[in-house]
Design a binder for this molecule. Structure first.
Ligand SMILES: NC(=O)c1ccc[n+]([C@@H]2O[C@H](COP(=O)([O-])OP(=O)(O)OC[C@H]3O[C@@H](n4cnc5c(N)ncnc54)[C@H](OP(=O)(O)O)[C@@H]3O)[C@@H](O)[C@H]2O)c1
Length: 274
């Protein structure tokens, strides 16, 4: 298994470890993305709703890393789910990001209260056909809704909360059958993994951190792409250093066993989860 890259059937290569930017704004967002690119991340996750696309764009533009070497994801605000707003807000996002194309455009949350899913996905597909995004996908879709999205459009991923305390097997199964990938958000359980006794024990054994154990566990499972966030330079750097050690089958099973159905991001009005 390739722990560094997910290969889509159409040839697109997705770096499996990306950099999350939720709650990073202004100079913090710019500086953190700059540190991340310097440290070796080649995948950056932003969103219209994070209000940091311009800072992410500035860090990309000023980096010595070629824009073409970085996989950039942004997400449509649910309020932009109508066909007209999908396109106009995407033009705004590209301008803010300082690029003429992103690699992946996601619908951030289900938005059928704004527009039918078919309308949103058709508009996203047309952006893909016009070259404004290389791939499209969804986020925060439970498995049945994801299966419906696959019937409507060439989506490639569902970005959902996933970490050692929250498994998403039904979503993973839909993606596996379709050749897509899971994008795990809040992979560090928003920092909680750092205090976990089992992860700490494994971390001592490998002379790494509990966060590195968690990220390595994800990368050793097929079909998972992950986007940890940090605003701390030292952590940004250590979180990407997960390619020179490996977990045994027994160690993988010990992390699997931490699952306890614990969801950390569940805003009112969200979907009915699996
Ligand atoms: N699609 C969606 O609806 C959605 C929702 C949530 C998140 N996301 C995406 O997923 C990304 C990651 O999720 P997240 O930001 O919610 O949570 P996360 O990556 O699981 O955790 C981030 C938290 O962990 C801390 N942290 C990072 N590295 C650490 C380390 N090595 N040791 C200890 N603590 C560490 C960070 O603190 P410091 O920053 O202080 O270092 C921060 O408080 C987001 O940034 C965003 O891009 C998407």
């Amino acid at each position: 298994m390739d722990v560094t890259t997910f290969h889509l059937p159409d040839g697109t290569e997705v770096p499996r470890l990306g950099f999350g930017t939720f709650e990073l704004s202004g100079e913090d967002a710019y500086r953190s993305v700059a540190v991340a690119l310097e440290a070796g991340y080649r995948h950056v996750d932003t969103a219209q709703g994070y209000a940091n696309e311009a800072e992410v764009g500035r860090a990309l533009a000023e980096s010595s890393v070629d824009r073409d070497e970085v996989f950039v994801t942004t997400k449509l605000k649910p309020s932009n789910a109508t066909a007209g707003a999908v396109r106009s807000s995407m033009v705004d996002s590209l301008r803010a990001l300082g690029t003429d194309r992103v690699d992946l455009l996601l619908l951030h949350w289900p938005a059928e209260h704004v527009a039918p899913l078919a309308e949103t996905l058709e508009a996203m597909t047309s952006l893909r056909e016009d070259g404004l995004t290389r791939e499209i996908g969804v986020s925060n879709f439970p498995s049945k809704m994801l299966a419906r999205a696959y019937e409507l459009a060439p989506v490639v991923t569902d970005q959902v909360e996933h970490h050692p305390y929250l498994g998403v097997p039904k979503i993973e199964e839909v993606l596996r059958v379709r050749g897509g990938f899971l994008t795990a958000y809040s992979p560090l359980a928003r920092g909680k993994v750092a205090a976990d006794p089992v992860l700490k024990e494994l971390a001592i054994a490998h002379d790494v951190t509990p966060a590195q154990i968690t990220l390595r566990w994800m990368l050793q499972r097929p079909g998972v792409v992950t986007i940890p966030k940090s605003g701390t330079p030292e952590r940004i750097r250590s979180n990407v250093e997960v390619f020179d050690f490996a977990l045994s089958d027994d160690e993988m099973a010990r992390v699997d066993a931490l699952e306890r159905g614990e969801r950390l991001i569940d805003p009112g009005g969200g979907p009915d989860w699996d």
